[in-house]
Write a protein that binds this ligand. Structure first.
Ligand SMILES: Cc1cc2nc3c(=O)[nH]c(=O)nc-3n(C[C@H](O)[C@H](O)[C@H](O)COP(=O)(O)OP(=O)(O)OC[C@H]3O[C@@H](n4cnc5c(N)ncnc54)[C@H](O)[C@@H]3O)c2cc1C
Length: 405
C-alpha cells in the first residue's frame, strides 16, 4: 500500500484527501492555516463542481453547508435589464449554481476525511521544503507550531494554490497569460428584491463589469472588475467613493442601495487576477493540481470547480496504483495520466477566459457596437431566457468527469 502527502487543504486538496483516505490510502493532508476563513476563495459552485458531490456520496453533507441556490441571473447592459436567465429548468436537476461558504465546505470535507483512520490532517502546519533523493522527490518538511517534521510519501501532491511553493521548489515551468483586470470584492447589506427568490445581477457596458449576488450570510456580495493597477487610486479615494463609482454602473434600485450603504460596506478586498498553467504537471514523485497547476482567471467562476474536478480525476488514477505496490514508475505514470486527462479542459477554459476582458473592459467603438447590438437584439423589453443547455454546456465543464474508484 502506498502513501501520499497533500500540500494544501483548499478544494483540490480536501477533496483528494477525502477520496484517498476513504479508499484506505495512507494520506497526510497539510494546511498552513488553522482556520479556513483566513484564505479568501471563489465561492460559486457550478454544475461541473456540484455533480462530483453526488458521485462521492457527500450530497446530503453538501446541502448542510451554508449556501444560496441562485434561481436566476439578470443581465444589464448600460444599467438597463436586457435578459433574465432562469436556472430552474429541469435540465439543471439539482445542479443550479450555488454561492457556497468555502470555510463551511472545507470543514465538511476534512471532517468527512477524518472519519477514516488512514488520514492524518495537520492544521496550522506549513510545508517549507520538498525532500529530494537521487533525483526523486520523496517527501516534505513541515513546520508545525514551532516543531519541524519530515514526512515521507510515495507521492507529493501540490494542491497549495496560486502561490504554490511545491510548484517553485520542484522547478515547474509556467506559461502566463496577460490579465488586464483585477477585482474589488466587498459586501453590503441584503437588498430584499435580490433575496427572494435569490437572483444574481450582472452589469456590463462602458468598460465595466459588476456582479452582485445574494450570499449565505445575508449580505450582497459585489465584485467590480477594474483595470489592473487602478486599485491604488480607488483605495486612496476610500470605500465610500468606490461604492459611489459602482453605483454609476448599475440600475437605479441597486444604485440607491449602494449609496445608502456607502459607509458600511463589509470586507473590501482586492483579488489580483492571474491566469497561468504549468507546462507539465508531474516531476518524479510530485503532481500538482488545482490552482497550483493552473491558476484560473475569475472569468466564469471556474477555479473552484476545476480544482474539484482535478481531484476526482487524480483519485481515479492514483487509487489503483497506491492500493498496490506503489512502484515509483507506476505512481509517476498515474500522475501523468491525470495531466493527460485534465489539461485539455484547462487549456480550452483559459482560452475562452482570455477573450472576456477585451470585450468588457474597453469602451472603444467595437465594444459600444457590440453592446448596442445586444440591446437591439434583445429588444426594449427584457427577455426571460432559460439558461438551459448553452449555460450547462459551459458550466458542466469541457470534458466528462466521473468518479470511478
Ligand atoms: C483571493 C482569491 C479570490 C478568488 N476569487 C475567485 C472567484 O471569484 N471565482 C473563482 O472561480 N475563483 C476565484 N478564486 C480562485 C479559486 O478560489 C481557486 O481556483 C480555488 O480555490 C483553487 O483551489 P485549490 O484547492 O487549488 O487552491 P486554494 O483554494 O488556493 O487552496 C490552497 C491551500 O493551500 C494552502 N497552502 C498554501 N501553501 C501551503 C504550504 N506551504 N503548506 C501548507 N498549506 C499551504 C493554503 O492555505 C490554501 O488553503 C479566487 C482565489 C483567490 C486566492
Amino acid at each position: 500500500m502506498g502513501s501520499v502527502v497533500i500540500v494544501g487543504a483548499g478544494p483540490a486538496g480536501a477533496v483528494l484527501a477525502y477520496l484517498l483516505a476513504s479508499r484506505g490510502i495512507e494520506t497526510t493532508l497539510v494546511e498552513r492555516q488553522d482556520d479556513f476563513a483566513r484564505e479568501f476563495r471563489g465561492e460559486v459552485l457550478l454544475p461541473g463542481g456540484l455533480e462530483p458531490f453526488h458521485q462521492m456520496g457527500l450530497w446530503d453533507r453538501l446541502e448542510s453547508v451554508p449556501q444560496v441556490k441562485l434561481t436566476q441571473g439578470d443581465a444589464f447592459v448600460h444599467g438597463r435589464l436586457v435578459a433574465s436567465f432562469s436556472f430552474e429548468g429541469e435540465e439543471f436537476g439539482p445542479y443550479a449554481p450555488r454561492w457556497m461558504s468555502q470555510p463551511g465546505l472545507l470543514e465538511m470535507l476534512v471532517a468527512e476525511a477524518e472519519q477514516h483512520p488512514s488520514l492524518r490532517f495537520l492544521r496550522g502546519s506549513a510545508v517549507t521544503e520538498l525532500v529530494e533523493e537521487n533525483g526523486r522527490f520523496v517527501g516534505v518538511r513541515v513546520r508545525s507550531h514551532g516543531a519541524e517534521e519530515e514526512i515521507r510519501a510515495d507521492l507529493v501532491v501540490g494542491a497549495d494554490g496560486r502561490t504554490s511553493m511545491v510548484r517553485r521548489r520542484a522547478g515547474f515551468e509556467v506559461d502566463e497569460d496577460p490579465t488586464p483586470m483585477d477585482i474589488v470584492w466587498c459586501k453590503v447589506p441584503m437588498l430584499p428584491s435580490m433575496a427572494d427568490p435569490p437572483r444574481a445581477r450582472f452589469y456590463a457596458g462602458h468598460g465595466h463589469l459588476l456582479i452582485a449576488a445574494p450570499v449565505y450570510d445575508g449580505t450582497v456580495q459585489l465584485g467590480w472588475v477594474i483595470r489592473k493597477g487602478s486599485f491604488g487610486e480607488i483605495r486612496q479615494r476610500g470605500m465610500p467613493e468606490c461604492l459611489d463609482a459602482m453605483a454609476e454602473h448599475v440600475d437605479p434600485e441597486l444604485a440607491a442601495h449602494l449609496r445608502r450603504h456607502r459607509e458600511d460596506s463589509i470586507a473590501p478586498f482586492l483579488l489580483s487576477t492571474v491566469s497561468d498553467r504549468v507546462r507539465e504537471w508531474v516531476r518524479p514523485g510530485v503532481l500538482v493540481i488545482g490552482d497550483a497547476a493552473h491558476t484560473m482567471s475569475p472569468v466564469g467562476a471556474q477555479g473552484l470547480n476545476l480544482a474539484i474536478r482535478d481531484a476526482v480525476v487524480a483519485a481515479n488514477h492514483l487509487v489503483p496504483v497506491l492500493s498496490g505496490d506503489a512502484a515509483a514508475g507506476s505512481v509517476d505514470a498515474a500522475a501523468r495520466a491525470v495531466e493527460a486527462e485534465r489539461s485539455r479542459e484547462i487549456r480550452v477554459t483559459q482560452r475562452a477566459q482570455r477573450m472576456a476582458p477585451f470585450l468588457v473592459l474597453r469602451d472603444g467603438w467595437l465594444n459600444r457596437a457590440f453592446f448596442g447590438a445586444v440591446r437591439r437584439t434583445l429588444g426594449r423589453r427584457p427577455r426571460r431566457v432559460r439558461a438551459g443547455r448553452a449555460f450547462l454546456r459551459a458550466a458542466m465543464g469541457v470534458d466528462e468527469v466521473k468518479l470511478r474508484v
